[in-house]
Design a protein around this ligand. Structure first.
Ligand code: FEO
Length: 179
């Protein structure tokens, strides 16, 4: 059974993952508006991943007999100065998510709640991958540059990452996770 403190933190994380999905869907829409179709596809796919992160938490709470609560949500930003700014904001957001996961892990460890601690290990590994992924995209943007045909090549590269991700997709459950 979860403590009320852990319930609160897990609910906060559920809502943060949902916000991440909204944020990436909105950014994907901005990319589509700017004819950056590869980035739009990648971000839409990544929004789906964030919903999976949310559902996994929700399922875990349900399995422990706790009530998952979906709160209200602020609207994500809809205007961006450039594609570079979009990915800078994503990288910053993912670092914030990592910090929140770390605090959640710390709480589970100090209570202690070893079941939740074990459950959260997947998120620890996932945040490592998320930061690595978006740092790599930012590095690529800086390497190629956005002048001339740069944006076209970046959009194509990122779009190919979306295609790869889709072909490697797997079905996730709370208790059986294949990365
Ligand atoms: Fe659910 Fe991108 O972290």
């Amino acid at each position: 059974m979860l403590s009320s403190a852990l319930c609160d933190r897990l609910n906060r994380q559920i809502n943060l993952e949902m916000y991440s999905a909204h944020l990436y869907m909105q950014m994907g829409s901005w990319c589509a508006y700017k004819s950056l179709d590869g980035c739009a596809r990648f971000l839409s796919q990544h929004a789906d991943e964030e919903m999976m992160h949310m559902r996994r938490l929700l399922t875990y709470m349900n399995e422990t007999g706790a009530l998952a609560i979906l709160g209200s949500m602020q609207a994500p930003p809809a205007e961006f100065q450039s594609l570079t700014q979009v990915f800078e904001k994503i990288y910053e957001h993912e670092r914030f998510v990592t910090q929140q996961i770390n605090e959640l892990v710390h709480l589970a460890n100090t209570e202690p709640d070893y079941s939740t601690l074990q459950f959260l290990q997947w998120y620890v590994a996932e945040q490592h991958q998320e930061e690595f992924l978006f740092k790599a995209i930012l590095d690529k943007i800086n390497l190629i540059g956005t002048e001339g045909q740069g944006l076209f090549f970046i959009d194509r590269e990122v779009g190919q990452m979306a295609t790869r991700g889709a072909s490697e997709d797997t079905t996730m459950t709370a208790s059986n996770q294949a990365e």
